[in-house]
Every structure is written in C-alpha cells, then in structure tokens.
Design a protein around this ligand. Structure first.
Ligand code: B1M
Length: 224
C-alpha cells in the first residue's frame, strides 16, 4: 500500500503521466500517475490518503526542486499533468450524493495567474460537499467575475492565487464585486496568502485548504 503511494508520489515528482507517456525516459514502460492512482484506490487506499500522501506531497517536492533550480518550467508542467491524471480518478469519490445543491460558488484563479491545480481541487471538494461550482478557469479578470455574479444571484465567489505578484490582484476584484453586489461573500485562498492579507483586502474569509472554504460556505449559506 505504502509502496503504491510512494510510486504515485514519484510519478508526480518526475512528471510520469501514464504508462504510455515517454517522459521521463528512464521510467519508460512503467505505470504512471494515471494507472497508480487507480490501483491505489482499488487496493482500498482512501482518496484522502492518495491526495495528501501522494499527490500533494509529490507536488510539494516539485515546488522545492523548482525553487532550488534543480528542475524547470517544462518539468513542472509534466508534474501538473501527472497530478491532473491522478485527480481524475479521485473526482467520483468526492462527488456529492446531495441531490439539491446548497448554492453556487463562482471560482477562478485571478488575473495574471495560470495555476489551477489547487483551485480545481477546492472546486472538486466543494462539489463533493453539495455546492455547485461555476469554474471560470485561470487568468480571470474582474469583469468576468462581475458577469458571473450577475448571472448567478446569491452566489459566493472563490478566488485563488499562487503568485505573490498576482495575489495583489484579488483586492481590485473584491472591491469591484462588493461595489456591484455588496452582499456577495468572497473567499480567498492559495499558497502565498495569509489571514492578515485576506482581511486587509476585504475578503469575507480565507482558508489555507479546501475544507476551510467548505466550512465557511456551510456556515454562511445553508438556507434550509
Ligand atoms: Co508555478 N510557481 N510558476 N507553475 N508552481 C509556484 C507557485 C512557486 C511557489 C514555485 C517556487 O518557486 N517554489 C512560484 C511562485 C513564487 C512566488 O510567487 N513567490 C512559481 C512561479 C515563480 C511560477 C512562474 C512565474 C515560473 C516561470 O515562468 N518562471 C510561472 C507563472 C505562470 C503564471 O501563473 N503566470 C509558473 C508556472 C507554473 C506551471 C504552469 C508550470 C505550473 C502550473 C500548472 C497548473 O496549475 N496547471 C506550476 C506549478 C505546478 C507550481 C507549483 C510547483 C505547484 C503548485 C500546485 O499545483 N500545488 C508551485 C510550488 C508549490 O506550490 N509547491 C509553483 C499543488 C496544489 C494542490 O496546491 O495550488 O497551493 P495549491 O492549492 C492548495 C492551497 O493553496 C489551497 O487549497 C489547495 C489544496 O490544498 N487553495 C485554496 C488554493 N486555492 C484556494 C482557494 C480557496 C481556498 C483554498 O478558496 C477559494
């Protein structure tokens, strides 16, 4: 069991997407993140363990190696692909059996920022908790959030940012959402954020993880 998770973590670290992918050359012919995630779940490993102990742990290592200039952007992209391939197997486990949705959350990675793995993960866990997520994607400007808020009255908004240079864009987006629709609650998250920063930019909530975002939604928005 542990060895399956270790192998899966290595696939994320090394960017080994599937058995068919030729990258990295020294892992050619071996199972990749796609197959190993399936095998781990079939062997009874919990989706949470797969997520925390293989996928997130692997990506954490990728971040460290990237920071130390041991690997470069193309390597990180392959790791992101491997992580996405594995996450596809987790999605059904996080699907909600709540028939009636609790409400709508408009989610997006803010303008200038292309990181979407964390945002997709948060969206998946929100959906699993019974929320309908309207995912606007990455590099989302204020105008697009405003349009979505107008189209989904009563929704909450979730903003994600992974760069210190883009987290500052959250402030403008929040200001414009609040000007157009003062009652709209905005949750922010992403690795460089802090509660202090979130409070300064006028966010209603900050969470370092998906669960905190869901807890906030549940306390604020469950209407019956
Ligand atoms: Co980039 N990148 N990247 N990158 N990248 C980081 C963020 C970095 C920390 C790496 C490093 O230097 N160690 C660094 C930022 C430094 C900084 O700003 N201080 C960095 C950099 C510099 C860059 C580029 C500028 C590199 C370059 O081009 N020279 C460039 C910027 C491109 C752009 O956005 N304009 C860039 C590009 C990329 C790739 C495209 C190659 C790829 C992204 C692919 C993709 O997302 N589809 C990538 C990746 C993969 C990373 C790292 C390695 C991993 C990010 C990730 O997916 N983590 C990252 C280093 C790291 O974080 N360790 C790094 C896994 C994910 C599950 O975690 O996203 O944190 P995370 O989400 C978490 C929480 O933050 C939270 O919950 C999630 C689950 O636990 N959360 C929320 C997130 N959003 C939330 C919202 C909420 C609540 C919680 O409520 C709404």
């Amino acid at each position: 069991m542990d060895s399956l998770l270790e192998r899966l973590r290595t696939c994320v670290e090394r960017g080994k997407v599937s058995g068919k992918s030729p990258h990295p050359p020294d892992m050619k012919g071996q199972d990749g993140a796609d197959e190993l995630a399936r095998q781990a779940l079939d062997a009874g490993v919990t989706p949470q363990d797969v997520l925390s102990n293989a996928l997130i742990a692997g990506m954490q290592r990728v971040g460290e190696r990237f920071r130390n200039r041991e690997i470069f952007v193309p390597d990180v992209l392959m790791s992101a692909k491997a992580m996405s391939a594995a996450m596809a197997h987790l999605r059904p486990y996080f699907k909600s059996d709540v028939i009636k949705h609790k409400g709508i959350v408009v989610m997006g990675t803010v303008a200038g920022d292309l990181h979407d793995i964390g945002k997709k993960l948060v969206a998946m866990i929100m959906e699993g908790a019974g929320w309908e997520v309207v995912d606007l994607g990455v590099d989302v400007p204020a105008e697009k959030f405003l349009k979505a808020v107008e189209e989904h009255p009563g929704c909450a908004v979730g903003l994600s940012a992974l760069l210190t240079t883009t987290m500052v864009n959250m402030e403008t987006i929040i200001r414009r959402i609040k000007a157009a629709s003062p009652g709209t609650k905005v949750i922010v998250g992403g690795a460089p954020l802090t509660q202090d920063f979130a409070s300064k930019i006028g966010a209603d909530a900050y969470s370092p993880d998906p669960q905190g975002a869901v807890e906030f939604l549940n306390t604020q928005f469950v209407n019956d």
